[in-house]
Design a protein around this ligand. Structure first.
Ligand code: CA
Length: 138
């Protein structure tokens, strides 16, 4: 498998994964693809970006459990979407082409041992009901 094929394969895996959560889809045309910005719909608001971990140990873990420890009270119980970016340039996580896990129920994780070299440093924000989020920040 060429590097390009592997790249598209990993994107296709994300397509299957994210469609299970009712999130956005990828449009793949030959070697080009578009990364849509996750949508935070009516009555919902994006939280701040959380950067609860660095990849220097075993990986970069922006999990809901860890974020709740590092940023207590900042995250709603049941986010409806997750948006993960690179800390370095705020580009969508897909642009780094690393093996990661992502879900609205567990958050995000990149494990160093599952990637050649170290994981990038990521940050994550979550889509929460506006009423919940506003009551947290008020
Ligand atoms: Ca991080």
């Amino acid at each position: 498998m060429t590097e390009g094929q592997h790249f598209l394969r990993s994107v296709a895996d994300h397509l299957l994964d994210t469609s299970c959560h009712g999130e956005k889809i990828f449009l793949i045309t030959n070697s080009q693809f578009f990364i849509p910005v996750p949508v935070c719909g009516n009555g919902n608001t994006w939280t701040q970006f959380f950067d609860a971990d660095n990849p220097s140990a075993t990986g970069d873990y922006e999990t809901i459990a860890l974020i709740n420890q590092v940023y207590p009270g900042k995250l709603c119980p049941k986010p409806t979407a997750i948006d993960v970016r690179l800390v370095s340039n705020s580009a969508p996580y897909q642009t780094a082409n690393q093996v990661v896990s992502i879900s609205t129920s567990n958050g995000f994780a990149c494990v160093n041992s599952q990637n050649s070299g170290q994981c990038k440093d990521y940050k994550a924000r979550f889509c929460c009901p506006s009423s919940t989020y506003m009551s947290i920040i008020d």
